[in-house]
Design a protein around this ligand. Structure first.
Ligand SMILES: [Zn+2]
Length: 290
């Protein structure tokens, strides 16, 4: 397939296989939208091997500064505070742990931590930073008999070519009653603004705020996917907005955060228009039959 698919081409949704049409271009990529499950996806062929080799060998050099700058510390503390409302500190696996800053915060809060990342340099950094954590190259390398009270995927799922298999793997590794936490750019927010940008003479001013990787998950899409995978009690909500989203516009960030929270509250949680979403979902607890 060419990098930019033809607009009249139809492609099967990689999740539910429904025939899907072209939605919008973003730089050299073409995004399609599934009319059945609401998933937005990059139309290029999913080449897991080339994606893994990029994250393994180059991602650290391209993006580690985002992590080492300290701009995510408040986000990590917010996530821990949120998780500790559901689980007291126990075992925690961060899938896509990068340089390990979230795991460091978790360890200091009393969690026994483990991390997964395909980037060799990130794992080396995290091993030194965290100290006695356990690290793996992929979820496939985590021993199948290991179980965790919490698994986190912070800005990771939308990068994964095999996102649905990784979610299943995370479910297998969760303890019964365990919590899966996800954070990712909101498909609703970013697709709305990219469609708006297409009507503007200069798209670049808006495109630099927008984020698209392999998938863009809307609240409806991620809820359906997690429900169908057998997770229970899916909660999707607007995420805390980090400096990384709008580092040059603190006032805009503050106004956006306030208005998004207000809309979410007024609609009883149905209107989620923040730039990022958070998801809390559970693996069903084992029911005692006797
Ligand atoms: Zn679909």
């Amino acid at each position: 397939m060419s990098p930019l698919a033809f607009e009249d081409e139809k492609i099967n949704c990689p999740y539910c296989q429904t025939v899907s049409g072209f939605d919008f271009p973003f730089y050299s990529r073409s995004y399609y939208h599934c009319p059945s499950c609401d998933l937005i996806f990059n139309a290029r062929e999913k080449n897991s091997a080339s994606s893994v080799s990029y994250y393994r060998d180059h991602y650290f050099d391209d993006y580690a500064e985002d992590q080492t700058s300290g701009q995510r510390t408040d986000l990590y503390r917010h996530i821990l505070h949120l998780l500790e409302g559901y689980q007291k500190p126990g075992s925690l696996l961060d899938a896509g742990c990068g340089c390990g800053f979230f795991l460091k915060e978790a360890k200091e809060s009393g969690w026994k931590v483990a991390g997964v990342d395909t980037s060799r340099k990130s794992i080396a950094f995290a091993t030194t930073l965290v100290g006695d954590g356990t690290f793996f190259d992929s979820l496939d390398d985590v021993p199948a008999n290991s179980h965790f009270d919490v698994i986190t995927m912070i800005n990771v799922l939308d990068h994964m070519t095999d996102a649905f298999r990784q979610l299943q793997k995370a479910k297998d590794l969760l303890s019964p009653g365990g919590v899966l936490y996800l954070r990712f750019p909101s498909g609703s927010f970013h697709s709305f603004f990219v469609r708006l940008a297409l009507m503007l003479p200069s798209k670049q001013c808006m495109n630099r705020f927008l984020v698209f990787h392999e998938y863009a998950f809307t609240p409806w899409a991620i809820t359906r996917i997690l429900d169908e995978m057998g997770f229970v009690d899916v909660k999707v909500f607007n995420s805390y907005i980090t400096g990384g989203n709008f580092s040059s516009a603190k006032l805009l960030r503050s106004l956006m955060g306030t208005s998004c929270r207000l809309l979410e509250k007024l609609s009883g949680g149905r209107w989620l228009w923040g730039p990022s979403l958070e998801v809390i979902v559970f693996k069903e607890a084992e029911v005692c039959k006797y």
